[in-house]
Design a protein around this ligand. Structure first.
Ligand code: F6P
Length: 352
């Protein structure tokens, strides 16, 4: 087979490991691999290069993506997709592996229509917002990065007896804040899925600060981890809490840190490299077996998707992945409800 591979949308640590595994598995099994630069933009521009083993040797340890990535505005249009199908045929591709997040996988599903070649997707997004994959490529590294940053912030917070609000990425998903917040000993975790209005949120945090910095409790630092998806601006929360602190706990300060794209870079964790490589091997084996318009998922719920030789990897039709992703976005997904329930159950421990 002639197998194309591209990375698309926001990059995530582990994308290089996935590319490497696609190349190695393909070459080992007698296929040719074509790397497509800059996501669907590169497909439309026929910006492609045949990849050899040495091109990918040792790249798993690097963040970002060696192929480059982009969020194409033209590709999602009907004309863009017709052009992309034409490009796939011109390039003589039998299979295409799309590594990316929600938008990229929606693109893969649209491109599958008419079967210009077999199309399979791999879930890669630090936000962990892709349906039916317990973890996406990049999440574990992002969580570790946040925890490390929060630990550093906690050191300086403790030295000055301060509160910090640390904002982390996650446009439509509070998963990073939830998972990293627990691991970093946060005193509160703010995520949009809880649906709090500004007043309730600020009053809840005021109470937390009052208790934490009271003479009885005498805490030295308070760490509040906030997901980007909470629409109240971090600066406004901090400003309002600073006013309350003037009377509630004179002398105690509060600061904000927005981690932003720091969270998306860096050397992928062993876990992300492992997930990426196993999903990518599944993609190549799947293409050989005729799989089309599907995603390789990491540990989906029992009964979801077709089994592969790898007990943690399953093949789920892209239509099902996208439908579940939509349910995660609107809060009706069982997995989102379980995340929120866990956080609420854990919530009483956070502020102790
Ligand atoms: O890839 C997902 C994500 O990192 C979100 O968490 C974040 O909101 C967004 O991408 C940022 O996108 P950009 O890199 O285009 O600013």
């Amino acid at each position: 087979m002639r197998i194309g591979v591209l990375t698309s949308g926001g990059d995530s640590p582990g994308m290089n490991a996935a590319i490497r595994s696609v190349v190695k598995a393909s070459i080992a099994r007698g296929h040719a691999v074509v790397g497509i630069r800059n996501g669907y933009e590169g497909l439309l521009a026929a910006d492609m290069v045949e990849l050899q083993l040495n091109d990918v040797d040792g790249i798993s340890r690097f963040g970002g993506t060696m192929l480059g990535s982009a969020r194409s505005l033209y590709f999602p249009t009907p004309e863009g997709q017709a052009d992309a199908r034409r490009r796939v045929k011109e390039a003589g591709l039998d299979g295409l592996v799309v590594i990316g997040g929600n938008g990229s996988l929606a693109g893969a599903h649209a491109l599958s229509d008419g079967r210009p070649c077999q199309v399979v997707g791999l879930p890669a997004s630090i936000d962990n917002d892709i349906g039916h994959s317990r973890l996406c490529i990049g999440v574990d590294t992002a969580v570790n990065t946040i925890v490390e940053a929060c630990d550093r912030i906690s050191d300086t917070a403790r030295a000055h007896r301060r509160a910090f609000v640390v904002e982390v990425m996650g446009r439509h998903s509070g998963y990073l804040a939830m998972r990293a917040g627990i691991a970093a000993d946060a005193d509160a975790i703010l995520y949009a899925e809880e649906g709090l209005d500004e007043e309730t949120l600020v009053q809840r945090l005021r109470k937390l600060l009052q208790q934490s910095f009271s003479d009885a409790r005498d805490k030295k630092r308070v760490l509040i981890v906030k997901a980007e998806g909470v629409t109240v601006p971090t600066a406004r929360i901090v400003e309002r809490l600073a006013k309350f602190l003037e009377t509630d706990a004179p002398g105690v300060g509060i600061r904000e840190t927005i981690l932003g794209h720091v969270v998306r870079g860096g050397s992928p964790s062993a876990m992300d490299r492992l997930i990426a490589q196993r999903l990518a091997l599944g993609a190549v084996l799947g293409l050989e077996a005729g799989v089309h318009d599907a995603m390789l998922a990491w540990e989906p719920s029992e009964g979801v998707g077709a089994a592969t030789r790898d007990p943690s990897v399953a093949i789920v039709p892209l239509a099902e992945v996208l439908a579940e992703t939509q349910r995660m976005l609107d809060g009706t997904s069982a997995s989102t409800k379980a995340r929120v329930a866990l956080l609420q159950a854990y919530g009483s421990l956070l502020a102790l």
